[in-house]
Design a protein around this ligand. Structure first.
Ligand code: GSH
Length: 244
């Protein structure tokens, strides 16, 4: 049975896994889990991940959650080109170093900017408070400064001259605020050039197609509210936890 991939491409960790399998021609069956429709809470999905989060993979009887664990599993299982997750211990540790760092530093504010702008108004009925947004933007700017100085430095990619899982995870994350019209890399020629390199290394078509759902999410939300106002109640129930 082909590998099953449970994802919604509006989710940044889902996009990194999706890009990885597509780029590496790993055969898979796509199982879409529409987060805005609350499908992550269905009984069927909860059997796969009781935490109600995507991405999830199912490889035969083996079910795995957490994008970073999934990416490493797939890189090792399918023996993808070495640069993604190098066999050399120290090069691999460089990739792991970024993957460990990003969870608590770069990821939270990038996700927060998206949640505040796109979902806060739907969930609470009020516009996002300006000071909350400024706080998230400042936090992300600081994380990006650290990213550049400590991780990217003068290199082409985080682990050196070739793209790795670290770059894939970082760019997927940094595309999230763009969905609400905020480009965190604007003003940095170094980081913009790095993102362009990642995009070219992945393949522009694949990169753009994968990011289309997040880049059009505001239109999707608008048309949802016009055509299916009841869907907004589902969004409220699903996402209120992020604003408590
Ligand atoms: N650390 C997890 C994060 C998973 C996660 O938070 N997924 C979000 C989308 S980005 C989700 O499924 N949210 C659904 C919900 O909270 O209802 C990973 O990297 O896979």
């Amino acid at each position: 049975m082909a590998l099953q991939l449970y994802v919604d491409l509006i989710s940044q960790p889902c996009r990194s896994v999706y890009l990885f399998v597509q780029k590496n021609n790993i055969p898979f069956e796509l199982k879409e889990v529409q987060l805005l429709a609350g499908e992550q809470h269905s009984e069927e999905f909860r059997k796969l991940n009781p935490l109600g989060k995507v991405p999830v993979i199912k490889d035969g009887d083996f079910t795995l959650t957490e994008s970073v664990a999934i990416l490493k599993y797939l890189a090792c299982k399918y023996k993808t080109p070495d640069h993604w997750y190098p066999a050399d211990l120290q090069s691999r540790a460089r990739v792991d170093e970024y993957l460990a760092w990003q969870h608590t530093t770069l990821k939270p504010p990038a996700g927060k900017i998206f949640l505040l702008q796109a979902l806060f108004p739907v969930v609470t009925g009020a516009p996002c408070p300006k000071e909350k947004m400024v706080e998230a933007q400042d936090e992300l700017a600081q994380a990006l400064k650290n990213f550049q100085e400590k991780f990217l430095q003068e290199k082409l990619y985080v682990a050196g001259s070739k793209i790795s899982l670290a770059d894939l995870v970082a760019t997927s994350e940094l595309m999230q605020p763009l969905g609400v019209g905020y480009d965190p890399l604007k003003g940095s020629t170094t980081l913009t050039a790095w993102r362009d390199r990642v995009k070219a290394a992945v393949g522009t078509d694949l990169f753009d197609k994968t990011h289309e759902p997040i880049l059009t999410v505001m239109e999707s939300l608008k048309s949802l509210s016009q055509s299916q106002p009841e869907a907004l109640a589902v969004i409220k129930t699903s996402f209120i936890k992020y604003f408590k």
